[in-house]
Design a protein around this ligand. Structure first.
Ligand SMILES: [Mg+2]
Length: 240
């Protein structure tokens, strides 16, 4: 029998794993989330951040060079200490402004509750800093463990943080799914680690032809966190 996802879910399954009969479904041991734009409503003005750090001309040049997104942390890595500090200060200021408007993503609490009921672990990996993660935990009362911020090196899109979480959980990467709104960070991190990946694409921006030939493609794509559980339920064994 074909596996179906309801139209209302608007969930698009991009993996041939869909054709597996139920008996071969992977037992899902853990879900690792991105934070900004995934568990929280996007509040960080990334273009403003990139302009503040790079200047307008350099921002435009880099954006044209890598349309899938700019790796701002990676880009400033090689800068001299003084310029690097200025860049980090500018990034922190944009992040600080974002924190004032922090809101939880619709569907996040419900998804976490259902994962808890299935005894599926929840972790978090973000390129934001630890204080933002602490504030998120405090403000919304949902805790992710482990929660790795950019103080854990190397950060996404390196697979290291995800592999670290798998090792702490004593599970294999292919028993875990990484969920995030960034192709270049979350999907790349997940695929490099050998995990399943689910891209949250609320506005359908990744349907654009410029993303047709990207190196890492997600196994699943959803337009809302509310759709994630149906994707997991259809494609994985969620029994405790
Ligand atoms: Mg994000």
């Amino acid at each position: 029998m074909p596996l179906l996802i309801s139209n209302s879910a608007k969930a698009f399954v991009l993996s041939k794993r869909m054709s597996h009969p139920p008996a071969l479904k992977t037992r899902l041991r853990g879900v690792v989330f991105d934070m900004d734009g995934t568990l929280t409503i996007p509040v960080i003005d990334f273009p403003a951040m990139y302009r503040a750090v790079l200047g307008d001309a350099e921002y435009r040049r880099l954006k044209a060079e890598s349309p899938s997104g700019i790796d701002i942390l990676g880009h400033i890595e090689a800068w001299p200490p003084h310029e690097k500090k200025k860049a980090y200060d500018a990034i922190a200021e944009v992040e600080r402004q974002g924190l004032q408007h922090l809101q939880i993503m619709p569907g996040a609490s419900e998804l976490c509750a259902v994962l808890d009921s299935k005894k599926i672990r929840r972790g978090l990996i973000t390129r934001n800093n630890k204080s933002a993660v602490d504030l998120f935990h405090e403000r919304f009362g949902i805790t992710f463990s482990p929660a790795l911020s950019r103080e854990f090196l190397p950060y996404k899109p390196d697979p290291a943080p995800l592999l670290h979480i798998c090792s702490l959980w004593e599970v294999q990467p292919d028993e875990v799914i990484m969920i995030g709104d960034s192709l270049k960070d979350d999907v790349a991190c997940g695929k490099r680690a050998g995990a399943f990946t689910c891209l949250l694409d609320q506005k359908g921006i990744y349907d654009s032809p410029e993303y047709a030939d990207v190196e890492f493609k997600p196994d699943f794509k959803v337009s809302s966190l509310a759709d994630v559980f149906s994707v997991l339920n259809v494609n994985f064994d969620l029994s405790p």
